[in-house]
Design a protein around this ligand. Structure first.
Ligand code: ADP
Ligand code: ZN
Length: 629
């Protein structure tokens, strides 16, 4: 404000940070909270930055590191990605390096010497490095401009990604009281936010909190019927030729799903902790470098993957927490283009997860926490509300300004509002059956037996335990098996029924009695028919969207498509020659703009967002030649 009035209304003069944004990164203006956070840190203040994936967190520490004297030290747990992060920065002309266990002695010495000589703008380190006195001594001998603590939620002990080495980072403020610190994360509830502040000693820091909403991601959660077939249909109908991630719970499921997709003509590779490091690295690298590859993975895959054009994230099993779901789905659509988060889940998922929690190690408090995480995830699955609204509420946020309060228009419950029905009587039938099973037998039975009894099926197990003699036997023939499973799932989600023990036994809760005594109604949602949910008009564009490998950005005008394809071919060539992922050369969004604007001079090309000075110098002539051809 002060500056503006001093300079008059012309606004011609740039701040140092804006100059770097334009020259180095080739972007015109800051987004959202970026500017405030960057100015604050550049002038020496501490900051906590909460922004969604794709929100532009990296610039929040990269620009202060470029403007302040010395080297910005970035602490990140993602060793496997440091090389790519550094490559991307070097492509912009930023002097970046990393030190981690993948470097040999000589390579490390080179980076250390560069740091000490003041020849690095940014240095990436893993948190465990900072436990070594050699590392802190090195940092003390050089000049640090800013400490950036990336994936800061890893410091939260109750969080889903806790890393003990993060606790040690509180020493940064003690040993370097004059160096500003900036902690960043894309996943934090209010409690996690507080824990970050407290454990990192950031009480004096300013908070920069953006909405966690990812408007370009369409959220869909469907009942699981025949998961592989459902997945195949989803991919063939909506994401043919797109890059994406399919998450499964077990290694075995990962392998089988990847094989299945390959057999169906979809190029897919597996990724899980049971594969050797070489295979894992090769598959990750292929995912980053090729267009349109599908990775089928356990949650071991994906943290920090900053591939901008992941078009879908599919879950074949229920995530353990809303944080996990948000983080995994958040890997889709960093480039802001329409993307899909698709999850298929069923009653069996809930039972299995509960069994895992109960039979797993971990003290009672840990187990209680895990159950709460699962319950929150379940309630997201069974909600009749807008999924996006519920997600944001979980993180303590409201829908964004301007957005309708109750409907986002881009999630399954908003696009095809679930019908609700009065499930009081079926709920009473389920709960009475649970009571009978408990009272009369003292045995432990899961949901399968319950459904068989309701439906009056004389299975071997029903006969063995005389369950066909129960008064409730066959009282539920008005619904089918899938519907009963849906009722049970929703009773669990509403806290009217609970899964207990390693056997997944169904038991009553404190509130079940109110239903049994007819003191309350039980509204339930009808499972939607298995049809493809259409995209809303705003995010649509199926007309412009070609099938086949490497589908074009959805909003690309028809006449620009051939140019876009030509630029993409040119980019593939460049990326191959340099051994880097294509998006390090240029993002899709940048190629798209070039194809639309058709610049004929270097000067014009330089005004395209994403074309900074270094990239203009490196690729400018090449792009113009590709355009001319
Ligand atoms: P995050 O780390 O928060 O997930 P990134 O820093 O990777 O997000 O930024 C996401 C994308 O947005 C990147 O492609 C980045 O280059 C781009 N971006 C960031 N800031 C801006 C800006 N001010 N203008 C245009 N693009 C930006
Ligand atoms: Zn919605």
């Amino acid at each position: 404000m002060l500056q503006e009035s001093a300079e008059g209304s012309g606004g011609a003069s740039e701040t140092a940070t804006l100059r770097v944004l334009r020259r180095v990164f080739g972007y015109d203006a800051f987004r959202g909270q970026q500017e405030a956070a960057i100015e604050h840190v550049t002038s020496g203040g501490d900051a906590v930055v909460l922004m969604p994936t794709g929100g532009g967190k990296s610039l929040c520490y990269q620009i202060p590191a470029l403007v302040r004297p010395g080297t910005g030290v970035v602490i990140s747990p993602l060793i496997a990605l440091m090389q790519d992060q550094v490559d991307a920065l070097r492509a912009l002309g930023v002097r970046a390096g990393f030190i981690n266990s993948t470097l040999d002695f000589d390579q490390r010495r080179v980076v250390e010497a560069e740091f000490l000589a003041g020849e690095l703008d940014l240095l990436y380190l893993a948190p465990e490095r900072l436990r070594l006195e050699a590392t802190t001594a090195l940092l003390e001998r050089g000049k640090v401009s800013v400490f950036a603590i990336d994936e800061a939620h890893c410091v939260a002990q109750w969080g889903h990604d806790f890393r003990p080495d993060y606790l040690n980072l509180s020493m940064l403020g003690e040993r370097w009281p004059d160096v500003p610190r900036i902690a960043l994360t894309a996943t934090a509830t209010r409690a996690t936010h507080q824990e970050i502040v407290q454990r990192l000693g950031l009480e004096g820091a300013r908070d920069f909190v953006a909405s966690f909403d990812r408007p370009n991601i369409q959220y869909r959660i469907v009942p699981k019927r025949d998961p592989k077939k459902q997945l195949l249909r989803f991919l063939k109908e909506e994401h043919q030729g797109d890059a994406g991630i399919v998450y499964c719970l077990s290694r075995n499921a990962v392998e089988r799903t990847a094989e299945f997709l390959c057999a169906q003509g979809i190029e897919a590779v597996p990724y899980h902790a049971g594969l050797d490091a070489g295979t894992r690295a090769a598959h990750q690298s292929r995912f980053l470098r090729e267009e349109g590859l599908v990775v089928v993975a356990t949650i071991a895959f994906g943290m920090g993957i900053d591939k901008p054009d992941v078009r879908f994230v599919a879950h074949l099993d229920l995530p353990k927490s809303v944080e996990g779901y948000y983080q995994e789905t958040g890997r889709a659509g960093r480039d802001g283009l329409p993307s899909t988060a698709w999850l298929a889940y069923g009653l069996q998922d809930v039972v299995q997860q509960r069994k895992l929690i109960e039979s797993g190690e971990g003290d009672p408090a840990f187990q209680r926490r895990a159950r709460m995480h699962l319950d929150a995830m379940l309630s997201l699955c069974e909600t009749v509300r807008c999924r996006r609204g519920q997600l944001l509420a979980y993180f303590g946020q409201e829908p964004q300004e301007g957005a309708a309060e109750t409907s986002c228009g881009n999630c399954d419950t908003c696009m095809t509002p679930p019908e609700s029905w009065d499930g009081t009587v079926p709920a009473q039938k389920v709960l009475s059956t649970v009571v009978r099973l408990k009272r009369e037998r003292g045995q432990k039975f899961g949901s399968g037996q319950l459904v068989d009894i309701l439906l009056g099926r004389k299975t071997a197990k029903v006969i063995q335990f005389d369950h066909d003699a129960l008064s409730v036997f066959g009282i539920g023939t008005e619904l089918g098996e899938a519907e009963w499973r849906s009722v049970i799932r929703q009773l669990i989600a509403q806290g009217l029924l609970e899964i207990e023990g390693e056997h997944g036994t169904l038991v009553l809760t404190e509130t079940s009695g109110t239903v049994l005594r007819g003191e309350r109604e039980v509204p339930l949602r009808k499972d939607p028919a298995p049809v493809k949910a259409p995209r809303p008009a705003a995010a649509a564009g199926s007309g412009a969207r070609g099938g086949g490998k490497g589908a074009a950005p959805v909003d690309l005008p028809e006449e620009a498509r051939p140019l876009f394809e030509a630029l993409r071919a040119w980019r593939t060539e460049q990326a191959r020659e340099q051994g880097v992922p294509p998006y390090i050369v240029f993002h899709d969004a940048t190629l798209r703009e070039i194809a639309v604007r058709r610049p004929s001079t270097l000067e014009e090309l330089g005004t395209v967002p994403g074309v900074g000075e270094k990239k203009l110098a490196t690729y400018g002539e090449g792009v113009l030649a590709a355009l001319a051809a």
